[in-house]
Ligand binder design. Sequence first.
Ligand SMILES: NC(=O)c1ccc[n+]([C@@H]2O[C@H](COP(=O)([O-])OP(=O)(O)OC[C@H]3O[C@@H](n4cnc5c(N)ncnc54)[C@H](O)[C@@H]3O)[C@@H](O)[C@H]2O)c1
Length: 337
Amino acid sequence: MRLLVTGGAGYIGSHAALALLEAGHTVTVVDSLDRGHAGTIETLASIGGNRLRFAHLDIRATRPLTALLLAHEIDAVLHFAALAYVGESVLEPLRYYENNVVGGISLLRAMHDARVSRLLFSSTCATYGEPAAQLIPLREDTPQLPVNPYGQSKLVMEQLLRTACGGETPFAVAALRYFNVAGADGAQRIGEDHRPETHLIPLALEVALGKRAELLVYGNDYATQDGTCVRDYVHVTDLVNAHLAALDALEIGVFKAWNVGIGHGYSVLEVLESCRRVTGAMIPARIVPRREGDPSMLVADASAIRKDLHWQPTHCSLDAIVLSAWQFAKRGSVPTA
Ligand SMILES: NC(=O)c1ccc[n+]([C@@H]2O[C@H](COP(=O)([O-])OP(=O)(O)OC[C@H]3O[C@@H](n4cnc5c(N)ncnc54)[C@H](O)[C@@H]3O)[C@@H](O)[C@H]2O)c1
């Protein structure tokens, strides 16, 4: 197939582009390089050869995007491009709506005009907000009540996409609601390298490497087994495999939403212990006050995607996910150019 990957210079989009190239597809990456890395595109090009095309473009530029979809005869779109820092979204809500919602509408307009109807959308467990303890693990029909502009922008897009599936030229959409994504390509060609980094596992590994003095643990007074927040970690390769399966399952006029997580939660302290075990490093940590808007527990009920798409994650232990991230972290970082 000929696929468009928005945000393909970023963490998850680049792993998806890599898997698609390795599966023999032709991939056009669109990325503004606002948060992604030019070096990642070079790595993808070295693997995909002329089956990898890159357009340095903001998805809000609807006309060039439409032209690209037509010129490359795109069959389906995997839409990863977004701003994705919760804290930043609280400080700059307009920027998040402009990028994630206006950008998403621009992409839909371009797809509509180029008659491309198949779309996979990167959604998030942040759309569930702060669910009550009795709602854990979260099913797809758990009420979505996001508590920050990032989660709100993703929920608006889900609602829009659901509506677009019933329109006069219907789309075929799957929204994959990711839980916490971690780990790297098995051959460490690419990996997680957000700048700035805000995710727990790469931050702990930066401490292990001596790039950071200590790990900050935000709050130890939550109603969890050890008082720290609990999250569900899914390996990026397993997440990408969920996309490949969802791509085959798209149906015109149908909007589907699937949670993608392992279905098991780990506390911040358990993740820290895993990072210590895997790296053999002390990783000093300090408890600091809670951050606003951090839900105590987000764990997926991922039985729907397992049943519907026969999705089977292969990295089910936390240590395996941390080891994968560690192998990439030791390598250094993604070259920026
Ligand atoms: N990383 C996670 O744990 C996680 C969890 C849930 C959902 N998600 C979602 O997955 C997607 C990818 O996340 P990531 O961690 O790879 O983020 P990332 O920041 O590494 O990648 C996003 C990419 O999109 C590009 N981009 C952003 N806005 C753009 C625009 N307007 N036009 C063109 N390119 C643009 C950035 O330059 C970047 O390369 C996002 O939509 C995010 O909301 C991520």
